[in-house]
Design a protein around this ligand. Structure first.
Ligand code: NDP
Length: 448
């Protein structure tokens, strides 16, 4: 849908020209601008202060060489990125993605989304994101360690507990964060909370591992409740089988739903009896195996090669938790036709613009990623607080703060949507509420 507001439409053209070859970034900006049209109409002061122009341009973009030696003694070279997008409301904060598909456009889309997500958490965190085209899959622990050390040798010049605090994302779990933290400490000779998602023995927060997946379900639960529904007795399909998918499965099950499918980039499993989560944790978290191994233990379940077919499984609620653009218009049509009435995003930007149109055309309840998956960064923010205090809070304490934050996020999205005449459109609500706080801070701080 073309933008009606001339100012935003012209600015989007400039963004397209300036960021050629970065379709994911353009997609993210277009979605946010679409939601911000009524704000641009109502707040000429923000246009005058150049907030819209400034918010689409990262404050700093760092690209660097990451050389490392593999187990055969051969030199390998990857490319590292850190986009410090916006520090209006706090130090840059956002994860590090390690995946072969990583290039500047992916990191910029993620960093841009992170600005609004972090704002929604109510915690003082700016937006940033980073990563590398390194693929941890199939690498030995030694190779992963040497890569992480080389990556941090450069990254450490740009980050710090009051400047920029990276965390995990796809391909960056506890092992990678541990290696990176060790290298930072060695190079800087200081023990600070410069990364979040750390191990529990060196400053990590209880409930960080669970936070994104749990948060997705807490958000979904609020949205369902507000619309007279609940997880109880519902059939749920979840894509991915990584950190977010595993803990979304756990919480959805605790809330009374039956999760019947999970996937990885090779294919998906369907278990009509409900997923055996202990087995999935063993396969993915301990043994680092493929999801298809599930059927060797549960032959009554079915494995299908190819991951997009997962959306053909009939369900009431869908929680995409794998990667960007994993649901296109056709998959969304199939979901709607099969009776799916709610879709809540665990992964970042999993729905193409065509898929989002289908959700609205079918009156589905739609929980957008920047609100629904903010639980991870929220608990990262709580990890930063604990590190500053040099204290650790209990699991129950962190989980209950997370729960409250997710309730507040839903409330802000709901209220902002209502205030701007788009009741029930939580995507617009999330974009507007997330944007306004950052915009006020940017205006107050002058042209920087
Ligand atoms: P993990 O690396 O733990 O798991 C990612 C899962 O998605 C794996 O099952 C992986 O399969 C699958 N996947 C990755 N890339 C693709 C692809 N191109 N096609 C199909 N499947 C794919 O990552 P997380 O669970 O941490 O992250 C998942 C999503 O959630 C991402 O979009 C991330 O940005 C987002 N997110 C994560 C947060 C966190 O705290 N971890 C916080 C907020 C958002 P395979 O093993 O085959 O690659």
């Amino acid at each position: 849908m073309a933008l009606q507001n001339k100012y935003l439409a012209d600015l989007l053209e400039t963004v397209k020209k300036r960021n050629q070859g970065e379709p994911e970034f353009i997609q993210a900006v277009t979605e946010v601008f679409t939601s911000l049209e009524p704000v641009a109409e109502k707040r000429p002061d923000l246009i005058e202060a150049g907030v819209f122009e400034r918010i689409v341009e990262p404050e700093r973009q760092i690209i660097f060489r990451v050389p490392w030696v593999d187990d055969n003694g051969v030199t390998q070279v990857n490319r590292g990125f850190r986009i410090e997008f916006n520090s209006a409301i706090g130090p840059y904060k956002g994860g590090l993605r390690l995946h072969p598909s990583v290039y500047i456009g992916i990191i910029k889309f993620l960093g841009f989304e992170q600005i609004f997500k972090n704002s929604l958490t109510t915690l003082p965190m700016g937006g940033g994101k980073g990563g590398s085209d390194f693929d941890p899959k199939g690498k030995s622990d030694g190779e992963v360690m040497r890569f992480c050390q080389s990556f941090m040798t450069e990254l450490c010049k740009h980050i710090g507990p009051n400047t920029d605090v990276p965390a995990g994302d796809i391909g960056t779990g506890a092992r990678e964060i541990g290696y990176m933290f060790g290298q930072y400490k060695r190079l800087r000779n200081e023990f600070t909370g410069v990364l979040t998602g750390k191990g529990l023995t060196f400053g990590g927060s209880l409930a960080r591992t669970e936070a994104t997946g749990y948060g997705v379900c807490y958000f979904a639960n609020e949205m369902l409740k507000a619309n007279g529904k609940s997880f109880e007795g519902q059939t749920v399909v979840i894509s991915g089988s990584g950190n977010v998918a595993i803990y979304a499965t756990q919480k959805a099950t605790e809330l009374g739903a039956k999760v019947v499918a999970l996937s990885d980039s090779n294919g998906y499993i369907y278990d009509e009896n409900g997923i055996d989560l202990a087995l999935v944790k063993q396969l993915k978290e301990v043994e680092r195996k493929r999801i298809k191994e599930y059927v060797t233990v549960h032959p009554e379940a079915k494995y299908t090669e190819g991951c997009s077919g997962i959306w053909t499984i009939p369900c009431d609620i869908a929680l995409p938790c794998a990667t960007q653009n994993e649901i296109d218009g056709e998959s969304a049509e199939t979901l709607a036709k099969n009776g799916c009435y709610a879709l809540v995003e665990g992964s970042n930007m999993p729905s193409t613009p065509e898929a989002i149109d289908v959700y609205f055309e079918n009156n589905m309840l739609y929980g957008p990623a920047k609100a629904a998956n903010a639980g991870g960064v929220a608990v990262s923010g709580l990890e930063m607080s604990q590190n500053s205090e040099r204290l650790s809070w209990t699991f129950e304490d962190v989980d209950s703060r997370l729960h409250n934050i997710m309730k507040e996020i839903f409330k802000s999205c709901d209220e902002a949507a209502k205030e701007y005449g788009m009741e029930g459109n939580y995507m617009a609500g999330a974009n507007i509420a997330g944007f306004l706080k950052v915009a006020e801070a940017m205006k107050a701080q002058g042209c920087v």
